[in-house]
Design a protein around this ligand. Sequence first.
Ligand SMILES: CC(C)(COP(=O)(O)OP(=O)(O)OC[C@H]1O[C@@H](n2cnc3c(N)ncnc32)[C@H](O)[C@@H]1OP(=O)(O)O)[C@@H](O)C(=O)NCCC(=O)NCCSC(=O)CCC(=O)c1ccccc1C(=O)O
Length: 275
Amino acid sequence: MFFVSSHLIPESDHTHCLSMSICTSGFDDTYHRVHGTVPTHIPLWKAAIDDSGKDFVDIIYEKAFGEGIAKAFCSGGDQALRSKDGYVDYDNFGRLNVLDLQVQIHRLPKPVIAMVAGYAVGGGHVLHMVCDLTVAADNAVFGQTGPKVGSFDAGYGASITSRLVGPKRAREMWYMTRFYNAKEAEKMGLVNTVVPLEKLEKETVKWCREILRNSPMAIRLCKAAINAADDGHAGLQQIGGDATLLFYGTEEGNEGKDAYLERRKPDFSRFPRLP
Ligand SMILES: CC(C)(COP(=O)(O)OP(=O)(O)OC[C@H]1O[C@@H](n2cnc3c(N)ncnc32)[C@H](O)[C@@H]1OP(=O)(O)O)[C@@H](O)C(=O)NCCC(=O)NCCSC(=O)CCC(=O)c1ccccc1C(=O)O
């Protein structure tokens, strides 16, 4: 189970900087939090998975929830770092790395829950939309800003908006760049639930635990199935991989492998040919 959240990044730096709360699959009481400012140009999933955000942990967490000020989930690509070819890296290469993060969130065979406090706008709004579920605080604000600042996300960004809120509303969001409060977002189907800010993390953890009561393989396949149509061949590959994974655990699958290793002809006759 993963959940992605972003709390207030100190001072002005709340652009594409997520403080991430990553709950590993066990998600027991020892789940760890990785809170940190992770700039656009570092693949966030990698930072999270590598635990490389460890140093930030308490500082950001305190700033965000300790002081009761969670101003932003993510306000999108840092316009100050934007260059002619993307968002510049430490090595001065422009990149659009957030696209990779979107793909990773979609393909991760576990639910990813966006825990949104404050602004989720621009590329930050796309990030919450690619997550499986969104638990929003009552101070959350949602919207696309791209066309206002000369940007757009014509990949997952535009198409998932349309899936979630319908094509008319999606156009409204992208053409008009309006902001919507948490209740409006809930009504539009952009978020799953809205809770008071101070209950945000508790509620998100509750949702995680509720999911974790259920079959991990069933959930894995539900996620793959829900994303399959949107993801085209990559979606089929994901669900196909899951089918292979399950088949390798069967006697029928192993008969082929065993026969090969034992240098004999495989005997599949005992396996049913189901209607
Ligand atoms: C988020 C706001 C609505 C907050 O407003 P407010 O509370 O009044 O605070 P401010 O005073 O405006 O902001 C505080 C401080 O933060 C700076 N800031 C905020 N957001 C950004 C930003 N995105 N870039 C740079 N700086 C930002 C702001 O300037 C202030 O700094 P000071 O130094 O204190 O003055 C409001 O801030 C706002 O609307 N922000 C801009 C939102 C925005 O337009 N975001 C960019 C959208 S485009 C985008 O996200 C890229 C899309 C993308 O990610 C992508 C798409 C397709 C392919 C690839 C990519 C990709 O990889 O990036």
